[in-house]
Design a protein around this ligand. Sequence first.
Ligand code: SF4
Length: 308
Amino acid sequence: MQSIFEQKIKIGISACQFGSKVRYNGKGRDMLQNLGRDRSEFIWTPVCPELTAGMGVPRACIKLSKGNGIDFWNGEAIVKNKEGKDVSSWIKKGSISCMETLERAEIDVFIFMEGSPSCGVYRTSLKNQRLGNPPGTFGALLLQKDIFLIPSVDLQSPIRWWDWKRRMVVFIWLKKQEINNEIDLKEMWKRVSYICHELSEVETSKIKHEIAKIYVSKNNQPESYSKVKKQILDLLRRPAEMEMIKKWLWKNYIHLKEREGVIAEDILEPDILRNMTHVLEEILSIEKKVREKNISFRSSPINYKPKR
Ligand code: SF4
């Protein structure tokens, strides 16, 4: 199993976060400018379900009524605009058309504008801490698919982006792996087990339990392998806690120092107070050293090196 991923990753994005001024009030933000050189490492497909619906810019803002985006697709909720007009059929057409575009573009990842009644996934309101009626109408469609979802607001934080990117790369790598026998399973688990531990000890024990069941029962049915793969993919969607990132950075460093002779003077113990910008500098410095030596860094086990 290759630990280098060379295929350029295809990412869909809410168009208003790609710099297109398509929001109801004619605004938009280029969130990708936060990524620096990373921006050119991906192929982007921006979509706007409300614009594709034919609602134009500027337009009256919309609101889910009688339920969330899932209820909407089940025919139990509707979408109204500020003037009280039912625009449900427009939103349906716009959302389906955008999803078809994303499918043709073969995206594996979508960066969504959180807080929108269309693209929002975990909240559909931007007001204070209110969640609204999540997911939004397009967010509900995104959740049904096997897509890695990233809130655009996290692109503003370099450490958050590092965390999303490393999990995204492992997610897509794993999605494309064929796990057909115990050897494949063992090799895959060797690569991803540490990042799983870092994300959640509880979920990792459940995965380990499932793997142990396969070894003990000699159950080589494809469904058993798929079940483990799905558990890991679900876990990889979950953001890491900042404290865990710090703790595992130290654990990994000690491992690399003892086993591989990697020395980096600037890695601090987890209890030493410092901000996350500093922690990210430590991570990047060790990641660079490890990649130069062509050995594995367990917190980001798959090296993303897209071909130009
Ligand atoms: S949040 Fe989605 S629907 Fe709203 S403007 Fe942005 S891309 Fe369009």
